[in-house]
Design a protein around this ligand. Structure first.
Ligand code: NDP
Length: 295
């Protein structure tokens, strides 16, 4: 068997287009333009690339993009003041503080200050709590994107399926598990202390790997026909020594020989994250204006 490849790039392009259509209608019918503010501290090159991409895609969707940069040695108080100002700014519907932050800043304290209604990353404890109790809130972008890809393949057949999520971080693993539970999957969350992970993974109809260990999930960890979602983004040296290449947490070729559907890296989950950020910003803008939230 060879798995069907889940084209996250194409799916994300479709999602961004739907968001842009909603944004155009909001502008026309209500004079409302959603605004996303991104705050970047320091000069981590990867973060700069992410922030630039986010800004470009925000503008391409017809939204306002606001970008704020603080130097690496800025005091934490400067970042907190910036977040407070964005909380109070009616033109800003979504606030994202690019992580990681420099060591002298407390990410939890910063996230805690973001107005939960503008927390388009979905990391605030209020949004995490809403997800846990099944209330409407803002859902973290990466797991939301994974769920969209899973639903696209399995549709209404999710209830009762066994899902194994490898990884229990607050930004991917835990919210992913909550989302799958909300779909009535039987969910197991695995982590570094899990015993006999290969056997557990083999029980999964839906296997999500969010670990950060290159190509850890082998072909014989995969149940035949399973949906495999690879969140991992790991840079490893190329065999010929000419730089690095991006690989996931799943040994793609082996797993694709067994799975029913599988996301590649790159081009799978990655593009969904920014598309979901735009969708979350649109949702936040509609909610703020008391307008129906697009499905
Ligand atoms: P974290 O480091 O926060 O969490 C990793 C999780 O994996 C932890 O729960 C850890 O367990 C578990 N783990 C580590 N090693 C093993 C192991 N050998 N066996 C089983 N479990 C293990 O990472 P994130 O959740 O932030 O990210 C995970 C991956 O997803 C990374 O590659 C990251 O780059 C990628 N990512 C991709 C995004 C995208 O847009 N595509 C967005 C966000 C992340 P324990 O808790 O016990 O330590």
């Amino acid at each position: 068997m060879t798995a069907a490849i889940i084209d996250g790039k194409a799916f994300a392009a479709g999602l961004r287009q739907r968001v842009a259509q909603h944004v155009a209608r909001l502008r026309e019918d209500h004079g409302l333009v959603p605004g996303l503010a991104v705050v970047l501290v320091g000069d981590d090159p990867a973060s700069h690339v992410y922030v630039r991409n986010k800004g470009e895609q925000t503008k391409a969707a017809g939204m306002n993009s606001f970008e704020f940069r603080l130097p690496d040695d800025a005091p934490e108080s400067a970042l907190l003041e910036r977040v407070a100002a964005l909380n109070a700014d009616p033109a800003v519907h979504g606030i994202l503080v690019q992580l990681p932050l420099p060591k002298h800043m407390d990410a939890a304290k910063v996230i805690d200050l973001i107005d939960p209604a503008k927390d388009v990353d979905g990391f605030h404890v209020v949004n995490a709590g809403k997800l846990a109790v099944g209330a409407d809130g803002i859902v973290p972008c990466t797991p939301l994107g994974c769920l969209m890809l899973i639903r696209d393949r399995l549709g209404p057949r999710l209830a009762g399926l066994n899902a194994v999520v490898i990884g229990r971080s607050n930004i991917v693993g835990k919210p992913m598990a909550q989302l799958l539970l909300r779909e009535s999957c039987t969910v197991t969350v695995a982590h570094s202390k899990t015993r006999d992970l290969p056997a557990l993974a083999r029980s999964a109809d839906i296997l999500v790997a969010a670990v950060g260990v290159p190509e850890m999930v082998k072909g014989d960890w995969v149940k035949p026909g399973a949906v495999v979602i690879d969140v991992g983004m790991n840079r490893i040296p190329k065999a010929d020594g000419s730089g690095t290449r991006l690989v996931g947490d799943v040994a793609f070729a082996e797993a694709a020989a067994v799975a029913g559907h599988i996301t590649p890296v790159p081009g799978g989950v990655g593009p969904m994250t920014i598309a979901c950020l735009l969708a979350n910003t649109l949702t936040a803008a509609c909610a703020r204006a008391g307008l129906p939230v697009p499905a």
